[in-house]
Design a protein around this ligand. Structure first.
Ligand code: NAP
Length: 304
């Protein structure tokens, strides 16, 4: 595609949506949509949003992400995480647009030893995971030009996430108890958006062949793995300037010591091998991605 494509970013005000706006800013004509302009739980609004924007690329970063609340609001979670992606896929197929969608490590039950691969059988432990799995399936059933990126433990400089919560608690408290028996790959919104941009640009340039060569589901996380407790310790060790020199003590606890409405998988680590083999893209190790997120937080805000 030689001219700048029309790009629709759905969920543009979320953590990943904001970074997609940054990483795609020089790629095309961007239309942003979020809750103030569309309710994704209403099918007619989803269709109308796509038809009025006439995008050539749809980046769907929207989701019902309140994992614990989803246990008591399964209908809304299913509408936003399963039904809406299905409609986006239908609209993409109808117009020939490329649909990029994100899914989650929570489609798995965490019982595997070693990283999960795309062919492993999903078995979600909670409503959020089940709704995201249904969203993947809805898109795959429609087919067409789609990319589904399953990711994990997303955080970054904006939004509501583990890093920003730890930085706040680190300033307020002398000690913290953090779950140590769930492992995963903390993944920044920055790395996700950059990897997405590289892959989408390659797809548009015909670098990866025809649709049947690249369309499908891929795992996309930062490299390595750590427990929530280990991640918290790494944050406090690396974020000294943001914490005014404070270093809270971090004590490991088991998941049973921190009961939540939704069960979570113990092993959330996803293998990136398929992504790397197909697109030659390998997101940064989680430690250097954390350093980059902290560097962004330490930067003075840009002038308005
Ligand atoms: N966060 C994680 O740890 C994680 C892990 C694995 C995968 N993922 C996936 O990664 C993707 C991006 O997640 P994220 O962390 O960037 O999520 P996020 O920060 O929660 O952003 C999601 C966006 O979707 C919007 N949204 C939710 N319901 C909506 C509705 N009914 N109508 C319109 N907009 C609605 C939200 O608006 P409001 O803020 O107003 O609700 C928010 O702006 C999602 O597909 C998610 O499932 C996330």
């Amino acid at each position: 595609m030689s001219r700048r494509p029309r790009i629709l970013i759905v969920g543009a005000a979320g953590q990943v949506g904001l970074e997609l706006q940054r990483s795609f800013s020089d790629t095309g004509e961007i239309t942003c949509r979020d809750r103030d302009t569309v309710d994704l739980a209403v099918p007619d609004q989803v269709r109308a949003m796509v038809r009025s924007a006439t995008p050539e690329i749809i980046l769907n970063a929207a989701a019902y992400t309140a994992v614990d609340r989803a246990e008591s609001e399964p209908e809304v979670a299913m509408a936003v995480n399963a039904q809406a992606p299905g409609i986006l896929a239908e609209e993409s197929l109808r117009s020939g647009a490329l649909l990029v969608h994100y899914s989650t490590d929570y489609v798995f039950d965490g019982a595997k030893v070693g990283p999960w691969v795309e062919t492993d059988k999903p078995n979600p432990l909670n409503v959020y995971g089940a709704s995201k799995l249904a969203g993947e399936e809805a898109i795959q059933q429609v087919g067409g030009k789609y990319l589904i990126f399953r990711t994990s433990w997303v955080y970054g400089p904006h939004g509501s996430n583990f890093l920003l919560t730890m930085l706040r608690l680190g300033r307020e408290r002398d000690s913290l108890n953090i779950v140590d028996d769930q492992i995963g790959a903390p993944t920044t919104s920055i790395e996700l958006a950059n990897a997405t941009r590289t892959i989408v640009s390659g797809v548009l340039a015909g670098q990866f062949g025809t649709t049947s060569d690249w369309a499908g589901l891929y795992h996309m996380t930062c490299g390595g793995s750590v427990s929530w407790c280990g991640f918290a310790r790494a944050i406090f060790t690396r974020a000294q300037t943001l914490l005014d020199g404070k270093m809270p003590a971090v004590y490991p606890i088991s998941s049973s010591g921190y009961p939540t409405p939704a069960r979570r998988p113990q092993n959330s680590v996803l293998s990136n091998e398929k992504l790397c083999a197909r697109f030659s893209v390998r997101p940064a190790p989680w430690e250097s991605a954390l350093d980059e997120a902290l560097r962004r937080l330490a930067l003075p805000p840009l002038p308005a």
